[in-house]
Write a protein that binds this ligand. Structure first.
Ligand SMILES: [Zn+2]
Ligand SMILES: [Zn+2]
Length: 283
């Protein structure tokens, strides 16, 4: 996710720009959100109010269920925002209205006690009821998460993330899921890496170059393994990630500098990933 991102309503009359990272990203299952949006679980992104700029002007708001105020585009009906006294200083936007919704990864379900009983959810995110700190129900167990790190998070760690996710491995009843980040993220994925990912129909909206700081926040999923892929990052003091992650270092030459081909890098990572999964006993 970049510092400034944009979204719009269906007809394009309203556009907005956000100039801060989201405070949180969550699915809400409450009845009023379901009715107001026509969706079984609208996904919200919470922002500091001052970081959201509407063009040409903020849409009109309605006291939909006081003290909640919601806004809609009066031309196409798209729900645009949510604000309430009990979220002071926050404006909530919809993930689906962003140009790149995949940049906003949901981390939880809220008001799950009101969910539509036959709406089947297969993710492994925690589900909260009216008491925010208390998980009321789990779906599948949380995934076993592996974080790949290299300096720029634009080639090696992106490929490793994709290769591990493409394996769709499981350890018992847990999915094995990969993430990636960098100490000095380039903000873009190297075209050589993109070219290798495309034929695999890998979800490219998931692949992004971002800072490892994200994984130190409360919003980030707990990481079980941290694997460094370049010697620079392995030598740097790593931030403390929540949880008690195991460490591995796979030093690989950087294809972005021409020190190796992208194809060779892909093959080398595949070999390491398969060895790692075997070591874990994953299948
Ligand atoms: Zn509109
Ligand atoms: Zn709601």
């Amino acid at each position: 996710m970049t510092a400034a991102d944009t979204g719009r309503c269906l007809c394009g009359h309203y556009r907005y720009r956000v100039e801060a990272p989201p405070l949180w990203v969550a699915y809400c299952h409450c009845e009023s959100c379901r009715r107001a949006t026509g969706s079984p679980a609208p996904c919200y992104t919470g922002f500091p109010e001052h970081a959201v700029h509407f063009d040409p002007a903020p849409p009109p708001t309605f006291a939909s269920s006081p003290p909640v105020r919601r806004s809609f585009c009066e031309h196409c009906g798209t729900p645009l925002s949510y604000a309430a006294e009990f979220f002071p200083g926050e404006l909530h936007l919809f993930r689906s209205n962003f140009e790149r919704p995949g940049a906003y990864e949901p981390t939880r379900h809220v008001l799950f006690n009101e969910h539509e009983a036959d709406f089947d959810i297969h993710d492994d995110l925690p589900r909260y009821g009216t008491e925010p700190g208390r998980i009321i129900a789990w779906g599948p167990r949380p995934a076993l998460r592996v974080l790949f790190l290299c300096r720029q998070n634009s080639a090696r760690s992106i490929l490793a993330e994709a290769i591990l996710n493409l394996r769709k491995a499981r350890l018992g009843d847990r999915r094995v899921r990969a993430h990636s980040a960098g100490s000095e993220p380039a903000g873009e994925i190297d075209p050589g890496a993109l070219a290798l990912l495309s034929p695999h129909r890998y979800r490219l909206d998931r692949a992004r170059s971002r800072s490892w700081d994200f994984f130190t926040t409360d919003e980030a999923p707990t990481i079980d393994w941290v694997i460094t892929l370049c010697d620079e990052v392995a030598a740097e003091p790593c931030p403390a990630f929540p949880g008690d992650a195991g460490r591995r270092h796979w030093g690989l030459p950087d294809p972005a500098t021409g020190a190796a081909t992208f194809e060779d890098t892909w093959a080398a990572i595949e070999q390491r990933v398969d060895g790692f999964l075997e070591e874990l006993g994953a299948r």
